[in-house]
Design a binder for this molecule. Structure first.
Ligand SMILES: C[S@@+](CC[C@H](N)C(=O)[O-])C[C@H]1O[C@@H](n2cnc3c(N)ncnc32)[C@H](O)[C@@H]1O
Length: 378
């Protein structure tokens, strides 16, 4: 396979890569497939419900996964660049600057939001949240997202909310506001869950929800809003993220069913078997090695009641936008996400089936992300 690199003179920070190979194993047999999602109509309200959105189709690219991922020559080239220590340090700093400036350009007050958390009483929450007996998996102790201590720091926790908003903005760049982008990204994810559960477990309502990898509680809050009569639990490996989640929840109006927060490893939670109707795992797996992905899927199977639904949402290897990401951006991204290659190489649907799940469904719920749902057989 040969690539030609061409500097884009109109935008010298970007260069385009042309693949000249005719027999590319990544190329799909069908040249273009599309996947159904939903788009917010202009009149929709912020309390998202499927009826407020009109169906929209998000486009898939022509490959099974981006060329910059997995074991392609391009991916190896990027891997080699990242492995050069001085270059890695520069890339890491560059990535951080890009995260912050991109967020602030889209009116996400990253610096202000971070300061507000760091200057708050959030530190008091740690004592009630932290599980001192926890043994962190080795992958979790590496530098990550340009933080030397990965997710195990107050700075990472204070910046997580702004980073989450920025991720949503990036997914829907043409949205007129963050709220509209959230209605599409989070609304379509929740709709996909509801649709799946109604289709395959109609006779059985969602009473207990576990949100694995809940971070600072954004996904957990959306689940609690969509399923107000359910008991919702957010679980994460970072006690700092959980402290921010608990702190933010305390500051908002009390819910009828307050959210519980658990500091545990999603691979082995210690929670009772068959105790949940929905296990949600949003935006976690691209941060994990394949063994952790497999373990979390197996653990979810154990935790769900028969008829229960697993819902995983994360980067879609088939997303046209991700497949066509400019080299500068994918190189920066790979420099802060050490397990992206493993994630893109993992056949998630297969892992789910091998764990025992049935009715595996995948849908592109926004231009960048897929939601994969499946059921524990009765
Ligand atoms: C990108 S964040 C998730 C964002 C959040 N779910 C949302 O949708 O806003 C990924 C989270 O996964 C957590 N995580 C990674 N590995 C984990 C594991 N084995 N068990 C529990 N949480 C894990 C990280 O600490 C981090 O908070």
């Amino acid at each position: 396979m040969t690539f030609s690199f061409k500097l884009d003179t109109a935008n010298p920070s970007f260069f385009t890569i042309t693949n000249k190979s005719i027999h590319d194993p990544l190329l799909k047999i069908a040249t273009k497939r599309r996947s159904l999602g939903f788009k917010v109509s202009a009149s929709s309200s912020s309390s998202s419900s499927s009826s407020s959105r009109s169906a929209e189709v998000f486009e898939e690219g022509q490959l099974e996964r981006p060329r910059w991922s997995g074991e392609t020559p391009l991916s190896r080239l990027v891997g080699t660049l990242i492995s050069i220590k001085p270059l890695f340090s520069i890339l890491k700093l560059g990535a951080r600057q890009v995260f912050i400036s991109t967020a602030e350009k889209t009116n996400i007050p990253w610096t202000e939001m971070t300061k507000e958390i760091l200057d708050s009483d959030v530190y008091k929450e740690l004592e009630s949240i932290e599980n001192p007996a926890i043994v962190y998996p080795d992958y979790y102790l590496n530098p990550f997202h340009a933080y030397d201590e990965g997710n195990l720091s107050w700075l990472a926790a204070a910046e997580a909310d702004a980073a989450t908003m920025s991720m949503v903005r990036r997914a829907i760049p043409n949205a007129s506001s963050l709220e509209e982008a959230n209605q599409i990204v989070r609304g379509n994810w929740l709709d996909a869950i509801e649709k799946h559960h109604q289709q395959y477990s109609a006779d059985f309502s969602i009473r207990d929800i576990l949100d694995i990898g809940c971070s600072v509680g954004v996904s957990t809050g959306y689940l609690a809003d969509r399923f107000p009569s359910a008991k919702v639990t957010g679980l994460d490996l970072s006690p700092y993220f959980l402290s921010v989640a608990q702190y933010k929840e305390k500051k908002r109006n009390q819910r009828k069913n307050p959210i519980s927060w658990i500091h545990a490893n999603g691979e082995n939670t210690g929670l009772p078997s068959k105790s949940f109707d929905l296990v949600s795992i949003p935006y976690v797996f691209h941060e994990c090695p394949e063994r952790a992905i497999r373990n979390i899927v197996k653990e979810s199977f154990r935790l769900l009641r028969p008829g229960g639904t697993i819902a995983i949402t994360d980067n879609s290897p088939k997303s046209k936008i991700l497949q066509e990401l400019p080299p500068v951006l994918f190189t920066l991204m790979k420099s802060t996400e050490p397990f992206l290659d493993e994630y893109y190489l993992t056949d998630l649907e297969r892992v789910i089936k091998e764990a025992g799940f049935a009715n595996v469904q995948t849908v592109l719920t926004d231009p960048r992300h897929r939601t994969v749902t499946a059921t524990v057989p009765y």
